[in-house]
Design a protein around this ligand. Structure first.
Ligand SMILES: [Zn+2]
Length: 175
């Protein structure tokens, strides 16, 4: 199966990718993963184009997507997706900059969550002004109890609250 890049331009043979991924620091057990099909890459392209003001920098960036067969947990919570940067030395073996791993079961069971999950992981994939790839951290890390008792006590929380409100209004309008 051929693999389309985010911009739909490059085609890489699966065999090469698998061989390369096994050399990567991030994926050392290729058996635990399955290739994402063309539909997933198509969705990624659509999202990058639709949200180009946020993730337009990914238009010409090669992103590899794999499904993780076994659900993993972190701090007792299911890991639904994960984005990482391939080590720089890998560029000698394959064209990918980022790797997105998605939980296979979640993807299959929750079709309506696919878009936000993939968009979330794409938001992690950052290219700096120096053209260096990195993983962008989440905008907000907070406890629900603090927000409950102190509201938007800090600018990060305030911004997040405003965006949530806009999102809820947008959803209401759409329904
Ligand atoms: Zn995240």
């Amino acid at each position: 199966m051929a693999i389309l890049a985010a911009d739909g331009s490059s085609i890489v043979k699966e065999q090469t990718v698998k061989a390369c991924l096994s050399q990567s620091l991030f994926v050392n057990e290729t058996d635990g993963y399955v290739e994402a099909n063309d539909d997933v890459y198509q969705l990624m392209q659509d999202l990058i184009k639709r949200y180009r003001h946020t993730i337009g920098h990914l238009l010409n960036v090669q992103i590899k997507i794999l499904f993780k067969k076994k659900t993993s947990k972190k701090n007792g919570k299911k890991v639904l997706g994960r984005a990482s940067v391939f080590p720089e030395k890998d560029m000698h073996f394959h064209p990918y900059t980022f790797l997105i791993e998605l939980d296979k079961t979640y993807w299959q069971d929750c079709p309506d969550k696919r878009e936000p999950l993939l968009f979330h992981e794409l938001c992690h994939c950052w290219i700096g002004e120096d053209n260096k790839a990195s993983i962008r951290p989440h905008d907000l890390e907070e406890f629900s109890e603090v927000v409950r008792f102190y509201g938007a006590w800090e600018s990060d929380v305030k911004h997040f609250g405003e965006q949530l409100q806009l999102g809820l209004e947008f959803k209401e309008e759409a329904e």
